[in-house]
Design a protein around this ligand. Structure first.
Ligand code: B16
Ligand code: MG
Length: 218
C-alpha cells in the first residue's frame, strides 16, 4: 500500500531547474567557463556548493579559488537565481501537480518535499503550495543526492516504510537517491537519461502523473 509520495521541487513541481541553469551559466561565463545543457544534467539535484565545484572542475579551474572566493561565486549565482524567481506565481506550477496533491490528500497519503534547495520554502510560498505538503525535508546538514538520506528522512517524517514510498525526480542524481533508498522511482524527463539512472518509470511530462497512474505503476 502506498504510504507517502516524495516530491523533488526544481524540475518536478515547477520550471526552476531552467533558472538554476541560466544563473550557473552566467556565473561560469564570468570566470571563463562554458557550460551547456548536457553538462547541466550533472548539476540537477546537486547542492549549491557541490554544483560550483563541478563547474570549476569542468573548466579546469578547481584549486584556483579560495574558500572565500567560492562562497562569493555561489552567493552571486544565488542572488541572480533569486532575482529570476521574482515573477514566480501559482500559474507556474507544472500541469497535473495540484491535481495529484489533491488526490493524495483525499486518500490520506502524505506528500513530502525532498528538494536539495535552500530556496524551496520560499518557492512553495510563491507557488501557493506551502500548505499542501505534510512535511518539507530541510536539506541542511544531510548528505546530498545521490545519497538516499533526503528521501529516507522524508519517509521518516511521514511515518512511512520506504518500500511503500514513491519518489518523483527530474535529476539523474535524484533518481539514484530514490533507488538507493529502495523506493519506487518516477522520472520526469528523458527516458534515456533517467532510465539509465534506474528510474522505474519515466514520464515526459507531469501531466501524466495521477494517483491512478502511480498506483498502476507500483
Ligand atoms: P539552492 P531540487 C536542487 O533542487 C536543484 O536541482 C539544483 O540545481 C540546485 O543546485 C539545488 O537544488 C540547490 O538549490 O541553490 O536553491 O539551495 O531539484 O532538489 O528540488
Ligand atoms: Mg530537480
Amino acid at each position: 500500500k502506498l504510504q507517502a509520495v516524495l516530491f523533488d521541487l526544481d524540475g518536478v513541481i515547477t520550471d526552476t531547474a531552467e533558472y538554476h541553469y541560466l544563473a550557473w551559466k552566467q556565473m561560469a561565463e564570468q570566470i571563463g567557463i562554458e557550460i551547456d545543457r548536457a553538462f547541466n544534467e550533472q548539476l540537477k539535484g546537486i547542492s549549491r556548493m557541490e554544483s560550483l565545484e563541478r563547474i570549476l572542475v569542468h573548466g579546469r579551474k578547481d584549486g584556483q579559488y579560495s574558500m572565500e572566493q567560492r562562497r562569493q561565486l555561489a552567493a552571486d549565482k544565488n542572488k541572480h537565481y533569486v532575482s529570476l524567481l521574482a515573477g514566480l506565481a501559482p500559474e507556474h506550477v507544472y500541469p497535473g501537480i495540484v491535481e495529484l496533491l489533491g488526490q493524495l490528500a483525499e486518500h490520506h497519503v502524505p506528500a513530502v518535499l525532498t528538494s536539495a534547495s535552500k530556496n524551496a520554502p520560499q518557492i512553495l510560498e510563491s507557488l501557493g503550495l506551502a500548505d499542501r505538503f505534510y512535511a518539507i525535508v530541510d536539506p541542511d546538514g544531510i548528505p546530498g543526492k545521490p545519497a538516499p538520506d533526503i528521501f529516507l528522512k522524508g519517509a521518516e517524517l511521514a511515518g512511512a516504510d520506504p518500500r511503500y514510498c514513491i519518489g518523483i525526480e527530474d535529476a539523474q542524481a535524484g533518481i539514484e537517491a530514490i533507488k538507493a533508498a529502495r523506493m519506487f522511482a518516477v522520472g520526469i524527463g528523458k527516458p534515456e537519461l533517467l532510465g539509465a539512472s534506474g528510474a522505474d518509470i519515466v514520464y515526459d511530462s507531469t501531466v501524466k502523473l495521477s494517483l491512478t497512474s502511480l498506483l498502476q505503476a507500483v
